[in-house]
Write a protein that binds this ligand. Sequence first.
Ligand code: ZN
Length: 510
Amino acid sequence: MLKNIILLLFIPFFCLSENVDTLFKKKGEIYFSFEYKNKLELNKISKIVSIDHKITSEIAYAYANKREFLEFLNLKKEYKIIELKPIIYNNSNKNNWNYYPTYQEYVSMMYDFQNLYPNLCKIHSLGTLSSGREILIAQISNNVGNKEDEPSFLYTSSMHGDELAGYVLSLRLIDYLLEGYGNDSRLTNLVENIDIWINPLANPDGAYAGGNQNVWSATRYNANWVDLNRNYPDPEDGAHPDGNVYQPETIIFLGLADTVNFTISANIHGGVEVCNYPWDTWSNLTADNNWWQYVSQQYADSCQANGSSGYFNYLNDGITNGHDWYEVNGGRQDYMNYFKNCREVTLELSDDKTPNPNDLPYLWDANYPSLINYMEQSLFGLRGIISDSLTGLPINAKVEIFNHDVDSSHVYSHLPIGNYHRYLYQGNYDVTFSKNGYYPKTINTTILNNNITIENIQLIPINITNVSEVNKEINQINNFDLLGRKTNKIKNINVSNKSDDSVNKIITIE
Ligand SMILES: [Zn+2]
């Protein structure tokens, strides 16, 4: 694969502020390298600038905007500015996904999916940036838009605007799933049983920083020169770990993650070839470290089998614990895992951030079996529906693995279905289901990798003594909405006291 031609300029550490202005004259982000002594020092610097993926045991590469770089200069370290010369590829022969679409072509492609497959695909515009560019997401499922007993799965790519292999691969994946439905049994199974969400371009202002016609001047940061993958609430550092306000792109995704209860997701990047599993912010291991290693290695192995020699074998045979590699604060992966009880991994798909478009079909061949495998994992593990033993109505309850869960690794069942999805490495587990107002219930269950274990649970109410409590329960069900829509399914409720002092509820559902 072609490498970007880089020009190294050695700059001594005494950089005057007027020189700094010159550095940021062309664009609001710069790329540079510096030597570091140990991991502790690198982690400290990583709180100031955006450490890039390419590091050796002594040299780190990083991005910075002007504010970040001035702070870096206070450390009085030597550094080298690296000028990334944009490579302009011939993109005229557009067939078989060997090109980067123009912005307008991208938007048309997305809406074409919906027009061609209206029963399978919905395009949601999650928001419009001040540039006028939209953040779009495709929702794919049979009965698309109707809540069913399905996990919600998310692929999101290119929040770093210049890491673009995943942009085209995501578009192609949407096409592949829609075309495969009804023709390929495995793809049909995925579309029938998963609520699939694919966002090919999370940072359109970065990708099209040079204009809507091409991506050759793409930037890592967004239009405000903020690294979106340092802009999320952090499990350790809390709100605004990067010192910036939440960016419009971040707010859009926080809203999406609040609206759709994603159970598994992947955040697609580029610059190296590795699968990075949580955590990024601290050295704690997740409760499900063995499960993470298993699914990450499955991703890497299948890339190695389907790619050319040496593809996707960086670090530990193509996988790494995030913090082991280098610390990231404010990343989306940790946000999704810690705050949204979702399992999100970071996929780095190509050494070249913006690969030669002629290499995109090869990258697809190397990656699509892994992309499908990972999506299929969302069906496996422990799952079921949790309901009220009295009414049979689904409830929103907590699912906790005894002597196992830590750092928000528990999950919840969600209305209106009451379904929960808990991914676990194979073994035997004690699982407790609980909700305020109900007797908790603990069961013992066995999990096998790549298999489904179903445990439907009924929780017994402790006592429902008044109508308002019942109404609260009903409201919870009525208030559920998906992207702003309200579902009012309860038609009638009748509450009467029985002799044993509990309440008998007769509820009709439309
Ligand atoms: Zn990245």
